[in-house]
Design a protein around this ligand. Structure first.
Ligand SMILES: CC(=O)SCCNC(=O)CCNC(=O)[C@H](O)C(C)(C)COP(=O)(O)OP(=O)(O)OC[C@H]1O[C@@H](n2cnc3c(N)ncnc32)[C@H](O)[C@@H]1OP(=O)(O)O
Ligand SMILES: N[C@@H](CCO)C(=O)O
Length: 410
């Protein structure tokens, strides 16, 4: 597969908040051949990177590490040759967002004016900043109008922001496992996660990058564990762990044990979350977690407009909203409300609901369910063969009534 990866110097950048940094570096990866019409931008989720698909650069040794340090390509079951976003057909670009820590400038990056890491001096970022940076990065790569913008979770909010900010620049939108805004329960959990980071004495107001300093790993671990529970579902947790004990030697040594711990089991579910947290603190920056969750919490599609429909009104392309029944972070009901916003704006739209127990991360781990509707939407729009819509009237085709129609019918 033809692939390209690098860091673009976008020069001085003014954020939506009005603050500027003298130089914004943006890490990107691109796969496939650009023919002028076939560019697909993939927007990554909260802790993702530009490394969306497996790739080997022509001049790269076989054991080379990907840009930005995230070891696994996070959507390699969906993006690649012959996959749903087929890199033999599309020129796929993924850009690491500002505020993150995978090659694009963020709080852990060096401020050229001081020679120190930005830390808490990094400006607050918004989803709008991500979209504006992606536009500039695409300009630098020579890409004008996009065939599609696709993304899941907060990456789906980023997709929606494209419709609002650059409605003429994109033909098809696929916001997946997302919503026009977070609900208060998710806002609450994100706030607790941020507090966990700030409560870690090593956080030190955001200045912990010195050689003689330790990062706030315990706070970040807790924050991720809270987040990770949001990405699972009751059913997936029952299936994966039940109430099983993991055994005394299964880890769990990051935190001091409480007095009664020796009497009670250390459970599989605790062991899993401890393991995931440990992996996470090795790969992510605590300040980035604070900045990016703030951006996600703040996002409101209707902001500056009368309604979601009003915000989407200038977009004349087609949209595929995809949601998962087991996702309580971004529910199918929220997705249906988003779909209604598109419908009210007279956008051609389908809301494809996937029956799933996987919870929010279903969009990452169910390529067999996500791939076909996404592939067909990219090639044929909402009329694509595998695309279903909650608004279809089952009486129109009594042999093949859409499975999910009843979920949202009046
Ligand atoms: C753009 C982006 O979205 S960011 C990149 C994606 N990463 C994330 O989304 C982070 C949050 N989600 C995850 O980490 C998930 O693990 C996913 C979505 C990446 C993959 O999900 P799944 O394939 O269902 O894997 P699962 O969640 O079961 O995790 C498997 C790991 O947990 C370990 N594990 C499973 N059960 C236990 C347990 N009881 N105790 C300890 N470890 C356990 C496995 O050994 C495995 O380890 P490995 O990753 O080192 O191989
Ligand atoms: N689990 C994914 C999706 C979160 O929204 C991530 O960590 O980025």
């Amino acid at each position: 597969m033809n692939a390209d990866a690098g860091v673009l110097d976008l020069g001085e950048f003014e954020f939506e908040c009005g603050e500027s940094i003298p130089r914004l570096d943006v890490a990107y990866e691109a796969y496939g051949e650009f023919d002028g019409e076939n560019a697909v931008l993939v927007c990554h989720a909260l802790t993702g990177s530009a490394h969306v698909a497996h790739r080997r650069l022509d001049d790269e040794p076989a054991d080379a590490q990907p840009t930005g340090g995230q070891a696994h390509a996070w959507w390699s079951d969906i993006v690649g040759p012959g996959k749903a976003i087929d890199t033999k057909e599309y020129y796929v670009v993924c850009v690491n967002i500002p505020g993150s820590c995978y090659g694009t400038t963020g709080p852990a990056s060096e401020n050229p004016e001081t020679g120190e890491a930005y830390g808490a001096e990094f400006p607050p970022v918004t989803v709008a900043d991500w979209t504006r940076v992606q536009r500039r990065a695409l300009d630098a790569l020579g890409v004008g109008r996009l065939h599609a913008v696709v993304g899941g979770s907060v990456g789906g909010m980023n997709v929606l922001d494209w419709a609002k900010r650059y409605p003429d620049d994109v033909r098809r939108l696929a916001p997946i496992a997302t919503a026009g805004r977070l609900d208060p329960q998710s806002l609450a959990l994100d706030a607790i996660a941020r507090r966990a980071i700030r409560a870690d004495p090593n956080w030190n107001g955001g200045y912990y990058y010195g050689e003689d300093q330790e990062p706030p790993s315990e706070g970040l671990a807790l924050a991720r564990q809270i987040g990770h529970v949001m990405y699972l579902s009751k059913a997936s947790m029952s299936q994966k762990f039940g109430r099983r004990a993991a055994g005394r030697d299964a880890g769990g040594e990051q935190f001091p044990a409480d007095a009664a711990a020796a009497f009670f089991p250390y459970r599989d579910v605790e062991s899993y979350l401890d393991y995931q947290a440990e992996k996470f603190v090795d790969r992510f920056d605590a300040n980035s977690y604070l900045y990016l969750t703030r951006a996600m919490d703040n996002y409101d599609l209707a902001s500056g407009y009368e309604s979601d429909a009003d915000a989407l009104a200038a977009f004349t392309g087609e949209a595929l909203v995809m949601s998962f029944t087991g996702d309580w972070h971004f529910t199918t009901e929220q997705a249906e409300s988003l779909a209604d916003g598109f419908r009210d704006a007279d956008v051609e739209i389908a809301h494809h609901v996937i029956e799933s127990d996987h919870g929010h991360d279903a969009f990452l781990v169910e390529p067999d369910n996500v791939g076909p509707p996404l592939a067909d939407f990219l090639s044929a729009g909402v009329e694509g063969k595998a695309v279903t819509d909650t608004d279809e009237d089952p009486r129109e085709d009594s042999d093949f009534a859409p499975v999910h129609t009843s979920l949202f019918s009046d």
